[in-house]
Design a protein around this ligand. Structure first.
Ligand code: UDX
Ligand code: ADP
Length: 471
């Protein structure tokens, strides 16, 4: 059997690597339109950072795992084709700002139609709007030259930074197919692939629309928990309660559970906002205005939380940050990834830059170029404005990781933690305090540090959802 995956990104790359690892008898090829991406996958500098991924790639690459730009050849030779291309939110036209942009996805579907010379199972891996399979079927049927394409939905639930663990031990694998004899047969073929390592009771079979919708709903529920706890964090600050204690007590209820109750500066990542907006759009298209409004609020609270953080920094620092140097520790949307898509750090940094602060940013995995791109600053802005001073991870790597944060904090008026990297828990905050301007402000957007310990050193500390004590 041969599997081809279109799209060598955060989902396609790790997912196919694990399939290749667990199914040595299957040949797995990942194809992409971007030659640069494919070259990176074939090198020692993979295009994405994911703990454990490189080891698997080293084991399988060249054995039964291939990365290639020859889409036509590998599609035509494969039995199963995964579509794992990006589906960002539309920026213009009908549904702009909410609906999923299916341009890349449609182009992938057309490539399959053109390249196929025999029957195929086509699997939707990217998150897509409900009933996308119907459009996919139409594109493939109209161009099929009599070839049968059986369509399945197999949404990916992996979280970045823990993708390999999620793929090796998934909570569930969801496969949706058409309820026809051919549909059921195709489901069985894909189920057999996963059965190489996933226990039978974790492989769930559903109809196509339920599978597509489940992915959007799972992400909406997860994001909703974060917005719920973040909303309560504002109330905790106003009343003197501690959000970590409240979340712990609430999460002990087995009906609620402890996961995804960490208050933060807001959720980021490629999926949550995009998928909720997509859900909102689908509800609106179906005349369900109240349901759409309900889910919109999850995104609204997320924006509120980011703004609240910026306002807190400014008001604490005597209502102005103009000309003050602020060290930003962490830029990625979460720890253990270099992904900055929708990272709350973008809005927080932009908010501080608008107030004319000087930022010195350090993140163990995000490059200077990426930060520049995300903050839409070009090199001349950087050289001439004095707004942004970046600590280049590539340079710092040579002198050891731990010094990055120290360098960023040296001479700063304030430190803001925006990503919960483990290394920020272990820093010598006494040393950092001594190198900073006084009063030394500390804004912990991820509840990484113990505020009592930092206050004992002399910092003025603000932690999300924790009692405030100035001085
Ligand atoms: C998410 C889903 O978890 C995953 O199942 C789906 O396939 C893709 O979307 P991902 O975005 O990679 O995965 O990471 P996740 O761990 O869910 O975190 C998303 C954002 O929420 C991050 O910015 C994270 O910092 C934030 N978060 C998470 C919180 O602020 N508090 C929490 O308690 C948990
Ligand atoms: P995700 O997080 O969903 O994996 P990424 O943006 O990381 O998204 O990856 C999507 C990949 O899909 C990119 O590498 C992009 O070049 C690729 N891609 C987009 N459209 C096509 C297409 N029509 N054919 C092949 N690859 C595509």
């Amino acid at each position: 059997m041969k599997i081809c995956c279109i799209g060598a990104g955060y989902v396609g790359g790790p997912t196919m690597a694990v399939i290749a690892l667990k199914c040595p008898s299957i040949e797995v090829v990942v194809v992409d339109v971007s030659a640069k991406r494919i070259t990176a996958w074939n090198s020692d500098q993979l295009p994405i950072y994911e703990p454990g991924l490189y080891d698997i790639i080293k084991q399988c690459r060249g054995r039964n795992l291939l990365f290639s730009t020859d889409m036509e050849k590998h599609i035509s030779e494969s039995d199963i084709i995964f579509i794992s291309v990006n589906t960002p939110t539309k920026t213009s036209g009908l549904g702009a700002g909410k609906a999923a942009d299916l341009t890349y996805w449609e182009s992938a579907a057309r490539t399959i139609a053109d390249a196929s010379k025999s029957d195929k199972i086509v699997v939707e891996k990217s998150t897509v709007p409900v009933r996308t399979a119907e459009s996919l079927k139409r594109i493939l049927t109209h161009n099929s030259k009599g070839i049968n394409h059986e369509i399945l939905s197999n949404p990916e639930f992996l979280a970045e930074g823990q993708a390999i663990q999620d793929l090796l031990k998934p909570d569930r694998v969801l496969i949706g197919g058409f309820e026809t004899p051919q549909g059921r047969k195709a489901v069985q073929v894909l189920r057999d692939v996963y059965a190489h390592w996933v226990p039978e009771d974790r492989i769930i079979i559903a109809n196509l629309w339920s599978a597509e919708l489940s992915k959007l709903v799972a992400n909406a529920f997860l994001a909703q928990r974060i917005s719920s706890v973040n909303a309560i964090s504002a109330l905790c600050e106003a009343t003197g309660a501690d959000v970590s204690q409240v979340a712990y007590a609430v999460g002990k209820d087995s009906r609620i559970g402890p996961m995804f109750l960490n208050a933060s500066i807001g959720f980021g990542g490629s999926s949550f906002k995009k998928d909720i907006l997509n859900l909102v759009y689908i509800c609106e298209c179906n005349g369900l205005a109240e349901v759409a409004d309900y889910w919109k609020l999850v995104v609204k609270i997320n924006d509120y939380q980011k703004n609240r953080f910026v306002e807190r920094v400014i008001s604490s620092m005597f209502n102005t940050v103009a000309g003050k140097r602020i060290a930003v520790l962490g830029f990625a949307c979460k720890k253990d990834t270099g992904d900055t898509r929708e990272t709350p750090a973008i809005d927080v940094c932009k908010g501080l830059l608008e107030e004319k602060a000087t930022l010195s940013i350090y993140d163990p995995q995000v490059t200077k170029e990426q930060i520049q791109h995300d903050l839409a600053m070009n090199n001349s802005d950087l050289n001439h404005s004095n707004y942004l001073q970046l600590t280049n991870p590539a340079t710092i790597k040579q002198v050891g990781k731990a010094s990055n944060a120290y360098e960023a904090a040296k001479g700063a008026h304030a430190v803001c933690i925006l990503t919960e990297w483990d290394e920020f828990r272990k820093l010598d905050y006494q040393k950092i305090y001594e190198s900073m301007q006084k009063p030394a402000f500390f804004f912990d957007g991820r509840n990484v540090v113990d505020p009592h310990k930092l206050r004992a050193i002399g910092f003025v500390v603000y932690s999300i959802g924790k009692p405030l004590m100035h001085g």
